[in-house]
Design a binder for this molecule. Structure first.
Ligand SMILES: Nc1ncnc2c1ncn2[C@@H]1O[C@H](COP(=O)(O)OP(=O)(O)O)[C@@H](O)[C@H]1O
Ligand SMILES: [Mg+2]
Length: 263
């Protein structure tokens, strides 16, 4: 069976997309799923959690423009079952190239096609803007996970972003459906933190029950390349990412069962 492809997205930066991508990917791998973390952000934050910058030679651009086989671009990581298709700043160039190339929006999907049978899950990380790369990543996915912080939850930007996704779904450029919104960097002791959790629970949008707490040690974890399941990782981040991953995998499995029942 081909991999389930999950795209982490938001129109803003600093909302925990990359942190969620690396931790969910790590938890999926540690739960025994063959997982590929594919980085579509030129900032390469999630790639560099597992691969030092100097070891990143190729990325999606090498596949699309350089005709390097996808398998050659993928690198293994210290976590068993977790591979990375890294990003580099070249992706900023690819973004412009996708605009002028025929079928540019489907180039990321095409680049992943040769390896989808190799993995159970592909987790795509995206940048903080509605670029062609982000659209290409969404067009390659079946599921969208949106990370939200209290600061973006009640903004018109989020509504517009959801509308932007819908418009592309209507045009059949995006087949992926919203798997759920997840609250990140939550401080439940503050009014704004509690409001975010209450609002999300009451929301008609699909939301995950698990929320990710704001932890001072999250930034150090990124610096030291620590992820959920590592012994030195902040325990509450570790546990919340493990819970979130169970919810993500359950929801994907439920959709899969629904698809089988319908066919
Ligand atoms: N739960 C958290 N608590 C505190 N800081 C966090 C948390 N999650 C992420 N961060 C930090 O916030 C910053 C932005 O997170 P990141 O995942 O890179 O967001 P994005 O990919 O959306 O730009 C990073 O410095 C990261 O280490
Ligand atoms: Mg990021």
């Amino acid at each position: 069976m081909p991999a389930e492809i999950i795209c982490m997205a938001n129109f803003k930066g600093g909302v925990g997309k990359s942190t969620t991508a690396v931790n969910v990917a790590a938890c999926l791998a540690r739960a025994g799923h063959r997982t590929l973390l594919a980085d579509c952000d030129p900032q390469a934050n999630s790639s560099e959690m597992f691969i030092p910058e100097e070891k990143i030679e190729h990325d999606f651009r090498s596949i699309v423009v350089g005709k390097i086989p996808t398998e050659k671009v993928i690198q293994s990581t210290r976590i068993e079952g977790l591979d990375v298709l890294p990003a580099s700043f070249d992706l900023a160039v690819l973004d412009k190239e996708l605009v002028v190339s025929a079928g540019g929006v489907f180039r990321i999907r095409k680049a992943l096609a040769p390896v989808t049978e190799t993995y159970d899950f592909v987790v795509l990380d995206t940048g903080p803007n509605l670029s062609h790369l982000t659209l290409g990543a969404l067009a390659a996915a079946q599921h969208i996970v949106i990370t939200v912080s209290a600061a973006v939850w009640s903004t018109r930007g989020l509504q517009k972003f959801l509308r932007w996704i819908e418009e592309h779904q209507e045009e059949d450029l995006i087949e992926a459906r919203l798997l759920g919104l997840v609250a990140t960097m939550v401080t439940p002791k503050t009014r704004i933190g509690r409001k975010l959790l209450d609002d999300m629970e009451a929301s008609p949008l699909p939301t995950f029950r698990t929320w990710i707490p704001r932890r001072i040690r999250a930034e150090d974890a990124a610096l030291d390349s620590r992820v959920a399941g590592d012994p030195e990782m902040d325990m509450s981040l570790s546990l919340s990412y493990q819970d979130l991953t169970v919810e993500v995998a359950d929801r994907v499995a439920e959709l899969e069962r629904g698809r089988h029942a319908a066919s």
